[in-house]
Design a protein around this ligand. Structure first.
Ligand code: NAP
Length: 498
């Protein structure tokens, strides 16, 4: 039997607590890389170095896996009520330090302050939600066809979970995975993105304060060069039961292949190419408002951001005119200004990618109605909110996820045409449409090949809903009680001779 100590949360720090940290977190300790190497973390808005993090490699990841594996031996038997309390306490600390967390997100991800604050509220909500769900991970007793037998089904945690997260939501992508994994009774090794390790480390400081036993949650930071080595180890190690990855489809495919050798559990939240369709019955003002909110959140760097806009001919001119006016009103600039809505792109590679996609479209005949270039007066990585029309399906802005503040507009005449164009992609994460025609709403919602569908609605993200894609946008779901399923397996227990 495992002795379970009385739950006693560690004393919390005052509100002004400093959450910046330059060490990784393994086995309940703050550690440097075994190599002693570090990498710099910069503010994309200013280019200023804001800190460093350990540049870990597979040897450090092995240490984290070993620690998580050891911790799993007891964590899996910690009662659901107690796991719930740890998560609740972690959530309470995140709420208490909301502003400090938002500051780190603002500095390392370059998000305007209001967006950074929103991400913290959103990210925190997963830990709150999963703290509540922990006590509702239930099995079943199924009526047996034989009188003296019982069929029991129990949900058990899969084991150590490797969690690999991107830079675009450095807080929420961790809490969405770790909240579910810890609730299920798994222990975690988290690998955050090179651009945003400091948010992950701040979360570990709060996890430590929340009193999670050592080894239950670990963060291995690394530069881009070491990410494949760490990823390969997580895929290959027999001590890691499953991987949950959010990031590009390209890397997701590599992990999918690699995990096959151990038939490892895998959840993939990958890139999208979301359509945004406005039908002629739509409330155009509401559609324009939704387009601005969904497209320009995080400067377009969101996996569910609309990537291709399809507007019915009858309302095309009015939609485009209103959208241009709204785009002109967007404020770009430094993250500290409360009124700023558009921050920088995350790094030079992302800036070059967005620029090259726009250039490709223009060279093939697209028209730039507004924007279409960088905004160096604000900083090296700022790109102007852009509106392109006369888009064709051979342009890269149609086939690829832009991940930047660029709206590409097509005109259509029939519902069939709009659905065919929307589904003409290998991706299937999110899709949006605006219509006041009830029959059309049910028809199109059924036909769109996506895992997340917004109807007259731009805000799709919430802890209560399952998110994930179809086609090459991924496997599995995050958020909602479904998110916990990714970290459990069903055990059928047959009781005989009763
Ligand atoms: P990425 O390059 O795939 O990186 C994602 C994470 O994987 C980072 O932590 C990265 O570390 C790590 N990584 C890179 N190569 C790896 C490898 N060979 N093995 C293991 N890990 C590896 O993606 P990104 O550019 O950061 O993120 C943008 C993409 O994420 C977009 O396509 C977006 O749509 C997608 N996304 C999807 C969702 C969703 O819910 N579906 C949510 C957010 C983002 P380094 O940073 O150190 O390279």
């Amino acid at each position: 039997m495992f002795a379970v100590k009385t739950f006693r949360p560690v004393q919390v720090q005052p509100r002004t607590m400093h959450l910046f940290n330059n060490k990784a977190y393994i086995n309940g300790e703050w550690v440097s890389a075994k190599s002693n190497k570090v990498f710099e973390v910069t503010n994309p808005a200013t280019g200023e170095v804001i800190g460093t993090a350990p540049d870990m490699d597979a040897a450090d990841a092995q240490h984290a896996i070993d620690s998580a594996s050891k911790a799993f031996a007891t964590w899996q038997y910690t009662t659901a009520k107690r796991r719930s309390l740890y998560l609740r306490h972690w959530f309470d600390l995140m709420v208490k330090h909301h502003e400090s967390l938002a500051k780190i997100v603002r500095l390392e991800a370059g998000k305007p302050v209001m967006e950074a604050r929103h991400e913290i509220t959103y990210g925190n909500s997963f830990v709150e939600f999963f703290s509540e769900e922990t006590r509702r991970i239930q099995g079943a007793i199924i009526p047996s066809p034989v009188a003296n037998k019982k069929i029991l089904v129990e949900k058990q945690p899969i084991g150590v979970a490797g969690l690999i997260t991107p830079w675009n939501f450095p807080h929420a992508m961790i809490t969405r995975k770790a909240g579910a994994a810890l609730a299920a009774g798994c222990t975690c090794v988290i690998k955050p993105a090179e651009d945003t390790p400091l948010t992950a480390l701040a979360l570990m400081l709060l996890a430590q304060q929340a009193g999670f036993p050592k080894g239950v949650v670990n963060v291995v930071t690394s530069s881009r060069g070491n990410a494949p080595g760490i990823g390969n180890l997580l895929c290959d190690s027999h001590l890691v039961a499953g991987i949950s990855f959010t990031g590009s489809t390209q890397v997701g495919k590599l992990l999918y292949k690699r995990c096959s050798s151990r038939v490892k559990r895998l959840a993939l939240e990958l890139g999208g190419n979301a359509p945004f369709i406005v039908y002629k019955s739509a409330d155009v003002d509401s559609a324009v408002k939704g387009a601005i909110a969904a497209k320009f959140r995080n400067s377009g760097q969101a996996c569910i951001a609309p990537n291709r806009f399809f507007i019915h001919s009858d309302i095309y001119d009015s939609f485009v005119e209103k959208l241009i006016n709204e785009i002109k009103a967007l404020k770009m600039g430094s993250g500290e200004d409360l009124e700023v809505q558009i921050g920088p792109l995350i790094n030079q590679a992302q800036f070059e990618k967005v620029s090259s996609l726009v250039q490709d479209a223009v060279s093939k005949g697209a028209k730039v109605l507004i924007g279409g270039k960088g905004a160096p007066q604000h900083g090296r990585l700022f790109y102007e909110p852009t509106l392109l029309t006369d888009i064709k399906d051979d342009m890269m802005v149609y086939t690829e996820e832009v991940f930047g503040p660029v709206v590409n507009i097509f005109r259509f005449d029939s519902e069939e045409e709009s659905v065919a164009m929307a589904n003409n992609t290998e991706r299937g994460l999110a899709g949006y449409f605006y219509s006041q025609d009830v029959s059309q709403i049910f028809r199109v919602a059924r036909k769109l090949e996506v895992g997340i569908c917004g109807v007259n609605q731009d805000m799709l993200s919430t802890a209560e809903a399952p998110v994930g894609g179809v086609k090459e946008s991924g496997l599995g779901r995050e958020g909602s009680h479904q998110g916990i399923e990714e970290f459990t397996y069903l055990k059928y227990i047959a009781l005989g001779n009763l």
